[in-house]
Design a protein around this ligand. Structure first.
Ligand code: NAP
Length: 358
């Protein structure tokens, strides 16, 4: 009997409630389409977690191109409707169901550990298995942007070519979130980077900014698609690895400047133009063309030593101030229309980030 009472008391004491919310706001969609047309803000009563669930408050969640593609229905995975928008973000645990492992505590920060989790919301409940606990000492805004772009940058620098100090990596879309992470992770590994960006009115400012992050060279698309890049490479060495998120002529310029048997990894297609490859590049230069998708890597690496090492390395870089997240504009959920529109605008070099604690 005493045993039973203790068990019930333990269960009750574990179903704790830190912060209570009376209502929850979420940015939702019930069909694919233009985000301006299909997204809406929904408010509903907060509910308590079931035995295997946690309740949470979201702290911050960025808007990434993939989020928009998911809403448009053009992403490599399909949503189940109604869906809450947003895939990346950080939350804080506010209550824990009675059967959830004691390793999870109220106040812990977490990130989603599966796609279509729905981060553009103020809070909610979810299965405890759908989250990954992360350190609380990294700011919510930084943590909210760690698990898509820096992980992609890290893996592309690790998994395709053996890169040694002094080796050269070339990339396009270098002012993107991924591009900025590539610059910083490469600099921390003493790799040299050639960073291609589109010409823009604030070219000097963006060049200085990327250089301050550790970029070795920043050049425009026009420069990269001319003989000037070949001349630059003569002084730096030919790149072993190219990272392409643009496609079209931009990708071809990267390929033309790779060293013999080098690799180009394509991870995005922002120009929506196909990649064209000269036959000689394949036969005589023996170039390798690969694709990379972080979601696929996550699927096959849940709880793997490679995941643990990557996160430890990335956390260490953030703590040492060697990996900064992109500049961002904080947004309330209620500003979702404007934020999504701004996130899709060209040449901003600024992330839109929903900030739920203001
Ligand atoms: N495969 C994966 O696992 C994976 C993971 C993360 C990200 N991604 C992809 O990587 C890309 C960048 O993501 P992000 O979050 O880093 O993006 P972001 O910070 O929003 O930056 C977008 C980038 O795309 C460039 N861009 C936009 N439209 C363009 C066009 N028409 N032609 C050429 N460049 C254009 C922008 O350049 P301007 O400043 O000149 O507009 C900017 O450099 C996206 O395609 C995203 O889906 C893929």
């Amino acid at each position: 009997m005493a045993c039973m009472i203790r068990a019930v008391a333990r269960r009750l004491s574990r179903q704790r409630f830190g912060v209570r919310f009376s209502s929850i706001s979420s940015v939702v969609y019930e069909r694919y389409g233009n985000p301006e047309e299909v997204l809406q803000l929904q408010t509903e009563d907060a509910i308590q977690p079931k035995a295997d669930e946690i309740a949470f408050q979201m702290l911050a969640a960025p808007i990434n191109p993939a989020d928009i593609n998911m809403i448009q229905g053009t992403y490599g995975m399909k949503a189940t409707f109604p869906a809450i928008a947003g895939n990346e973000g950080v939350g804080r645990i506010t209550a824990i169901g009675s059967s959830v492992t004691s390793k999870i505590k109220i106040g812990d920060h977490f990130v989603p550990n599966r796609p279509f989790w729905g981060t553009w919301r103020s809070g909610g409940v979810c299965p405890a298995n759908d989250i990954l606990i992360v350190p609380n000492d990294i700011s919510p805004v930084s943590m909210s942007m760690m698990f898509v772009n820096p992980t992609t940058a890290y893996r592309m620098l690790e998994d395709f070519e053996t890169l040694n100090e002094g080796d050269v990596v070339i990339q396009n879309g270098s002012n993107s979130g991924v591009g900025q992470a590539v610059i910083q992770i490469a600099a921390a590994r003493n790799l040299k980077t050639i960073n291609v960006i589109r010409a823009r009115p604030d070219l000097i400012e963006i060049t200085d900014y990327l250089t301050s992050l550790g970029a070795t060279e920043v050049v425009t698309e026009e420069f990269a698609q001319s003989r000037k890049l070949r001349e630059l490479i003569q002084t730096m060495g030919k790149p072993k690895l190219a990272l392409n998120c643009v496609g079209g002529k931009s990708a071809t310029a990267l390929l033309q400047n790779l060293q013999q048997s080098g690799t180009m990894v394509t991870y995005g297609g922002m120009s929506r133009r196909p990649i064209s490859v000269g036959t000689g590049m394949m036969i005589f230069s023996d170039l390798k063309l690969c694709g990379y998708w972080q979601s696929r890597w996550n699927d096959s690496n849940a709880n793997s030593p490679a995941l643990t090492k990557m996160l430890e390395d990335l956390y260490a870089l953030v703590r040492a101030d060697k990996l900064k997240m992109p500049r961002h504009e904080p947004r309330a959920l209620s500003e979702f229309q404007e934020a999504v529109k701004k996130a899709w605008e060209p040449m901003t070099t600024t992330k839109q980030v929903f900030s739920m604690v203001r």
